[in-house]
Structure formats: C-alpha cells, structure tokens
Design a protein around this ligand. Sequence first.
Ligand SMILES: C[S@@+](CC[C@H](N)C(=O)[O-])C[C@H]1O[C@@H](n2cnc3c(N)ncnc32)[C@H](O)[C@@H]1O
Length: 308
Amino acid sequence: MPLRLFLSSGDLMADRRFEFARDLQLKGDLPAAADLLEQAIELAPDFTSAWFTLGEIREKLGERDKAITAFREARRIDPGDRHGASLHLMRLGDAELADMPRAYVQALFDQYAPHFEHALIDDLGYRAPSLIFKAVLAARVAAKKPALFKRAIDLGCGTGLAAAAFARQVDHFTGIDLSPGMIKEARATGLYAELEVADMIEGLRGKADAGANLIVAADAMVYLADLGAVLSEARRVLAAGGVLAFTLETHDGKGVVLGEGLRYAHGVEYVRDAIAKAGLRLVTLEPASPRNENNEPVRGLVVVAEKT
Ligand SMILES: C[S@@+](CC[C@H](N)C(=O)[O-])C[C@H]1O[C@@H](n2cnc3c(N)ncnc32)[C@H](O)[C@@H]1O
C-alpha cells in the first residue's frame, strides 16, 4: 500500500532522521534504516511512527523478539493504535486474533479516500461490488423473484461502489462506514439517501427490526475477525425474504486467520457455520476473487444468504 501514516514526533531532528530512515528502508538498506530509527527514538522516545517502522524492519530482518518489542511500544504510546501495531503482533503470534483497531481502519481509509477508486480499480483490479451484484441477480433469477429492493444498507460503503452497482435495483440506500473520509466521498456520489460514520455492527444495532430488504458488504467484512455479531444483527434488520450479500477472503484451513495483506481470511466451514448460527439460509457460497495482490488474484468468496 503506497500511503502510510506519519505521526510527527514534534522534534524536527527526530522527524528528519525518520525521513532518512524511510529512504533507506525503501532502498532496501534495512540495518542502516534501523540504526537511524533508533537514533530518532533516542531523541524522541514516544515517536510512534518510528517505533512502528522499526517493528516492520525488525520483522523483515527476522528479528522477531525485537520486532515484538517495537510494535508493543508503538501500541503503548498510541493505545488507539492508528498504525495497526496490534495486527503485526497478531501475525507474530504475540496477541490473540481480535477485531481491527478502529483508529487504524479510520486512519487507513481516511488517507486512502481521495485516491481509493483509482488505487483499487486501476491498480488492483477490484471487483467485489460486481461479484455481489451478479451473485444477487443470479440468486433472484433462480428463486424467480424480482431483483428490486425497497431499502438497502451498504456496510463499509467506502466511496459508494456497491451502491453504484445496485443503483437501479434499490429505492433507498443507507451507507455505513467507519471512515469520515470515505463517507465524504460517498456523499458526493448522491447515491445514498442516508450515510453514517459508524462501525458496521453498531450502525446495524441502531436500525429497526425488519427494516431492510437488502444488506451488502463489499470487501468490508475482511476487516472483522468474528462474523457472528454482524450476521445476527443483519438477520434482525432484514425483513422476511430479505437478502444479505458479501465478499470475503478465504484460506484452506479452519477458522479465521489474519492474512499477509492484514485482512482477515475466513475458512469455508467457518462461514457456513456462522451463517447457520445467525439463523440465515445460505443461498450462494462460491469461490470468487475480489481483487489482485502482487499481480495474483486474492482467494475469496462471494456469499448470498436469505432471511426466511
Ligand atoms: C476495501 S473498502 C471497500 C469499500 C466499498 N464497500 C467498496 O466496495 O468500494 C473497505 C471499507 O470498509 C470500511 N470498514 C472497515 N471496517 C469497518 C467497520 N468495522 N465498520 C464500518 N466500516 C468498516 C472501511 O472504512 C472501508 O471504507
């Protein structure tokens, strides 16, 4: 990901050392970059961005214990964890799998918002909204029901690509997203009747029972480890016959893992179980890649479920 968060230390010298260190890191001279970061930290001990970057470099150098120390420092200094140090601690086996820090998701997507569509569609061949659209259409055709929905909710709506895909199918769209920057872009599309800056589970909790006919989440549930809460809230909010459709990333094993791209990957059995436990009827669960990474299609799933 080309964009990255920088939190100034407030000390000009320390910030300069950090910049030099980043140059060296990008050029591949990791030991020299680590030295400079340590100097920056000596000048400004609570320099979160330096601790976090040092953690990344130590991890790359295979220095696991030192990487853990650095990531722990980054998280201690910034408990909201805007850099997502805790995700690296999870990957290094130093922390239990847990939901992503909200401040991290917000900071990531606020930075990304103005460039999001270009970065995703042009660079990464992003296709989650069209996968969901086609899967919902196919499911409705198979059920001999019209693919028209009065009220829809777009979870993790981002800039509005899912609402654009479903624009002709939906009368009233509500978008929910943690990132104010993304919501601003979504508002500019004019596609949503309502928009909320909120966590998707809390946003759903604020909705009346049986008030929606369609709920979509394109490439957004990859930021949730446990799908239980979002699925059961979705069931409550859907009217009878309502449809829930989303994409995921997946892996061959059981349960949920945090992938290299720092998004969760959910195993097929886990997904089947979670849908059944939430009391939804599974309609479609198919392999489908939502995007590319390193020029390879990421392994994913498209899921359609119904409230009976
Ligand atoms: C990869 S983007 C996809 C955006 C959009 N659905 C699309 O297809 O273009 C993921 C979005 O999910 C949002 N997001 C991640 N975790 C979230 C959460 N727990 N609650 C609400 N939004 C979340 C992010 O802020 C981001 O806008």
